[in-house]
Structures are given as structure tokens and as C-alpha cells.
Design a protein around this ligand. Structure first.
Ligand code: SAM
Length: 322
């Protein structure tokens, strides 16, 4: 097993199945263009082989399928079928929910039981302004159906000053009522925001600001979370839970166990590092040739992790998978 001097190792793999996305969220891409799949994206088979090799070489235990938008990818079914047979402890998926109702039977059949659905507002007009694509009612219906089918749902919201701060309490209530766990994600200095401090600071909402807003209505207690969790988790007794992924306020780099693989075959050991390592060419090779080379690249990827704090990076989240 590859372990660094802080005792960190890769346990959690995030796969960006495609960079294509049917949204163009303002904080993710600057120009409003919805991304199409890259020309050189790996096939479902190659990506699944990548997962198998990374289980062996890095000790990956849990997989999250993300994007881009994973539900727009024609590779989804073949990929899920292949990784479903690899004995992973957990396979989950992050989606914007636009195609959730449509793809639900596929997800259920593939054994997916946990979903993260990104939803920044319950206001249809603000929704169009932030996501620049999609339809709010379709997402809400999709979550409803998924929940009725037994899926455990977490909702990801990026609070943005001037755009959806008025939605923190409505979204929290909406989630508490339905047994969804709301995860606030502090805005990250990724992509265009890495080079535009003004835009970042104008929109950024901190953990403390969120807690004081929530504290006006609810009493909450800090709740348990796994040691390598990214979220600080809270319980509102008798009502449910919420969490905050506080990249800026409570950096979690010291215990980070995440590894990312892009749809074009690049390994990223850290969101905050511009380093990436190409493994696409190894995925056609037999195991005995691929694994030693992969191990060398994993050592480099682990070395890319920040020691303490996340400082941002130029990579667009759609490429790397959030
Ligand atoms: N399309 C899927 C979705 O919408 O969830 C998966 C990909 S998306 C890049 C994954 C997550 O990254 C979303 O929850 C999104 O809100 C978040 N995200 C993207 N850019 C971000 C940024 N600059 N700061 C914080 N979160 C960001």
C-alpha cells in the first residue's frame, strides 16, 4: 500500500465518467457553454479496467461516479455493470438530477443506493440563473422517485452571496422534511475562480455564516463523521442532519483519502494541485505491466496532496469531477 508521511493513502476514487454536462453552472464554468464530451475520452471498458487496477495498486475501497454529468454519458450502463462486480465497499453517484427519473431503473439495477444531487435553490428563476440549463421541477421529481425507490439522498448546495443565500433555510427545511441530508459546499477557488479573487470573495459564504443563519431557527449539535470525511456534520435533534464541506474554513487535507480519474485518463491526487498523471496508455496493458507503472504514478499523485489547506486550482470541476 502507498502511504505518505502524514499517514494518508488513497481509499476513495472519484471517476469523472464524461466532461459533458447539460448545465453550465456560473461557479463551475465562466462562459455559460455546456460542455461536450472530450474527443479522447476513455471507453467504459478502459475506465472500468482503470478502477480494477486502482483497487489493486492503491487499495481503493469506495467509488463515486461523477462528471460532467454522469447521467448524460452513453458509457454509464456498461461502466456500472463492470464496476458492480469488483467487490467495492460502496458505489455512489453525484448528479444534477435532470435525468434522474429517466435513469432510475438503470441505477437501481446496478445496485446504486446512495445519490448526491446538486441543487442550489428551490426558486425556479434563480435555478435557471445559476445552472444555465435544466428545469427545477424535473430535479425535484427525480429526487422524489429516487427516494421512493429506496435511494439515500444527499443534496449538495453551493451557497453564493447575492444569488441563493435566501435559499439556505428553504432548502434545509425541504431536505429535513423528506429525510434528505443537505450538504453545503463552501465555494471553492476552482477553474476561473482560482484567478479571480474578487469574484470568489464577492460570492463566498463561510461555515460560520451558514451556522449563524441556521442557528437563528434551529439548535444543532456537531455529529459524528468518519475520520476522512470532507464534511463537518451536524444534527438538529429530532429533525435530521446537515453537513458543511468547509474547504476554506475547516480544511480537511490532513486526512484526505481521495483520488480522481478524469474521463480522458488523467489521475489527480489533489484538487489544489495542477499536477496530473496520465494512465490512459496503461489501461490497454496486461496487469503485470500496468501495475508497477501505475504504482509509480500513484506515489507522485499522493505527493501532490497539500499538507494542511486547500488553496484552489485552475482545473474546471466538470473535468475533474467535483
Ligand atoms: N453534474 C454533477 C452534479 O451536478 O453534481 C457532478 C459534477 S459537479 C462538478 C459536482 C459538484 O461540484 C456539484 O455539487 C457542484 O455544485 C460542485 N462544484 C462545481 N464547481 C464548484 C466550485 N467552484 N465550488 C464548489 N463546488 C463546486
Amino acid at each position: 500500500m502507498i502511504v505518505d508521511r502524514q499517514g494518508r493513502r488513497f481509499r476513495n476514487l472519484r471517476i469523472s465518467l464524461t466532461s459533458a454536462c447539460n448545465y453550465a453552472c456560473t461557479y463551475c464554468v465562466p462562459n455559460g457553454k455546456r460542455l461536450v464530451a472530450a474527443q479522447d475520452e476513455l471507453s467504459a471498458e478502459a475506465m472500468a479496467r482503470g478502477v480494477a487496477y486502482l483497487i489493486e495498486a492503491a487499495g481503493i475501497e469506495r467509488l463515486r461516479i461523477t462528471g460532467g454529468e454522469p447521467l448524460v454519458s452513453p458509457k454509464l450502463e456498461a461502466f456500472m455493470t463492470a464496476v458492480g462486480q469488483m467487490g467495492l465497499q460502496d458505489i455512489s453517484l453525484t448528479t444534477n438530477g435532470q435525468l434522474l427519473a429517466k435513469k432510475l431503473p438503470l441505477l437501481v439495477n446496478a445496485g446504486i443506493r446512495r445519490l448526491n444531487v446538486s441543487l442550489d435553490t428551490l426558486d425556479a428563476s434563480a435555478f435557471r440563473g445559476i445552472a444555465r440549463g435544466g428545469d427545477l421541477a424535473t430535479v425535484l421529481d427525480g429526487m422524489n422517485e429516487a427516494s421512493a425507490a429506496g435511494m439515500k439522498i444527499k443534496v449538495n448546495m453551493v451557497p453564493l452571496r447575492g444569488q441563493n443565500l435566501d435559499q439556505v433555510m428553504p432548502l434545509l427545511d425541504y431536505c429535513l422534511e423528506r429525510g434528505y441530508e443537505l450538504r453545503f459546499i463552501e465555494l471553492m477557488r476552482m477553474g476561473h475562480l482560482a484567478n479571480d479573487s474578487n469574484a470568489f470573495l464577492q460570492q463566498f459564504v463561510s461555515l460560520q455564516q451558514l451556522l449563524s443563519l441556521i442557528g437563528e431557527r434551529y439548535e444543532y449539535l456537531q455529529a459524528d463523521a468518519p475520520v476522512d470525511a470532507t464534511a463537518v456534520r451536524y444534527e438538529i435533534p429530532g429533525q435530521g442532519y446537515f453537513g458543511v464541506i468547509a474547504n476554506e474554513s475547516v480544511p480537511f487535507c490532513r486526512t484526505c483519502s481521495r483520488l480522481r480519474l478524469s474521463s480522458t485518463g488523467w489521475l489527480h491526487g489533489c484538487l489544489s494541485s495542477s499536477n496530473r498523471h496520465y494512465i490512459g496508455d496503461l489501461l490497454d496493458k496486461p496487469r503485470h505491466q500496468a501495475l508497477p507503472a501505475l504504482q509509480g504514478l500513484l506515489v507522485k499523485a499522493l505527493g501532490d496532496k497539500q499538507e494542511v489547506a486547500f488553496s484552489g486550482g485552475a482545473t474546471v470541476m466538470k473535468i475533474i469531477g467535483g
